[in-house]
Design a protein around this ligand. Structure first.
Ligand SMILES: C[S@@+](CC[C@H](N)C(=O)[O-])C[C@H]1O[C@@H](n2cnc3c(N)ncnc32)[C@H](O)[C@@H]1O
Length: 280
């Protein structure tokens, strides 16, 4: 486990993932019933941007740095307000901090992080909160162990955001999505994936569609044509059972990010992979 998210915090991939995540949680919260948010690969929580790892790569300057420098597009206003409230541009909030900021009194967050140091930092970042459970455990295993949610919660979201260090990560995610759908059919799943070159991400999406998982939508942002497999040329968020309105909202969010970050080359696309319900 060599991956450290601090090197990449606030980059374009974080911006697209977190802006979509904020929209998804707000959409779930249109109804008053409590939700469970399960973050299977949570990272360290908050990341200093102008010192240490993030400062060294400077990736955030091409991501959240640019978004914060421009007048906020309406589609990004909510996300950017949360990021600012969490301390940007001094500190960038990772997914568990953003999710915690969105919790209502009866909502719950379970955040899993396997790496001991990242887990210890996450614990410090989140602090004690009766709505939040922090686990040092394998995030894929947590899907089987923590779902369906305790306490009669019937709605929620599972965020799957692994580091892609393992060659079988796409296969792991596909299996995890299928398991999460079985154990928490009334919840939704959002899984982040990289686009370096086209073949692996296309095979991943085709495989999920062929497996017959209903109601899948892929939202992708490409900074440039994905022809150089050594670079992160783009990324996607695969969403299973998105709330009503997701496709239009995601197109707006990604379009606004592409316009601000891409210097003319970036493109975005939101694609439905499988229909809402399979035919009986
Ligand atoms: C991409 S980062 C997560 C970023 C975070 N979700 C965010 O958006 O701010 C992936 C994290 O997963 C952790 N990790 C790696 N393997 C894991 C596993 N099997 N279970 C849980 N966490 C894992 C890594 O240590 C790393 O902190």
């Amino acid at each position: 486990m060599n991956y450290r998210h601090a090197f990449h915090a606030g980059n374009f991939a974080d911006c697209m993932k977190h802006a979509l995540l904020v929209w998804l949680v707000r959409a779930l919260q249109r109804k008053p019933a409590p939700v469970l948010l399960l973050d299977t690969h949570a990272g360290a929580g908050g990341y200093a941007l102008s010192t240490g790892a993030a400062e060294r790569t400077g990736e955030w300057r091409e991501g959240i740095g640019r978004l914060l420098d421009q007048p906020a597009a309406p589609a990004l206003a909510d996300y950017l307000a949360l990021v600012r409230a969490a301390g940007a541009p001094t500190v960038y909030p990772g997914s568990p901090l953003l999710l915690r900021a969105l919790l209502r009194p009866d909502d719950r967050l379970a955040a899993c992080e396997l790496h001991p140091e990242e887990h210890a930092t996450l614990r410090r970042s989140l602090g004690p909160d009766p709505r939040v459970a922090i686990h040092q455990r394998d995030g894929y295993g947590a899907i089987g162990a923590l779902l369906p949610p305790a306490g009669g919660i019937r709605r929620g979201l599972v965020l799957i955001d692994p580091p892609f260090e393992r060659p079988d990560e796409f296969a792991q995610i596909a299996a995890a999505i299928a398991l999460a759908r079985r154990r928490f059919a009334t919840g939704l799943v959002a899984a982040w994936y990289p686009v370096k070159h086209r073949a692996p991400s296309r095979a991943f999406l085709d495989g999920l569609a062929d497996a017959g998982i209903p109601d899948l939508v892929a939202a992708e942002l490409l900074l440039r044509r994905p022809v150089d497999p050594s670079r992160l040329n783009g990324c996607g968020l695969l969403v299973a059972s998105p709330p009503w309105g997701f496709e239009a909202a995601a197109a707006e969010i990604l379009g606004a990010i592409a316009d601000t970050l891409g210097i003319g080359q970036a493109t975005s696309a939101v694609r439905r992979l499988t229909p809402e319900r399979t035919a009986a």
